[in-house]
Design a protein. Structure first.
Length: 73
């Protein structure tokens, strides 16, 4: 459980890093399906997972950072 006086910037950094790790794990899963797929459908599924994981790597951390950005003074 997190301490009540924990710095919100550290928590936000953790969430951004966690989203990048989740996307990397998804990309690895998709590459495994691409390499080991014995049917066309499994290879197509693997390619779709890889593409969506790459999109997640590009979009989610940036949108979280934009959402949590300190407003200009």
């Amino acid at each position: 459980m997190a301490a009540p006086n924990q710095d919100p910037a550290k928590v936000r950094w953790f969430y951004i890093t966690l989203s990048r790790l989740a996307a990397s794990g998804g990309a690895v899963l998709g590459v495994i399906l691409l390499a080991e797929g014995d049917t066309v459908w499994r290879r197509v599924l693997g390619g779709a997972i890889v593409l969506s994981a790459m999109a997640m790597m590009a979009i989610v951390p940036r949108s979280l950072a934009k959402r949590w950005r300190t407003p200009p003074e």
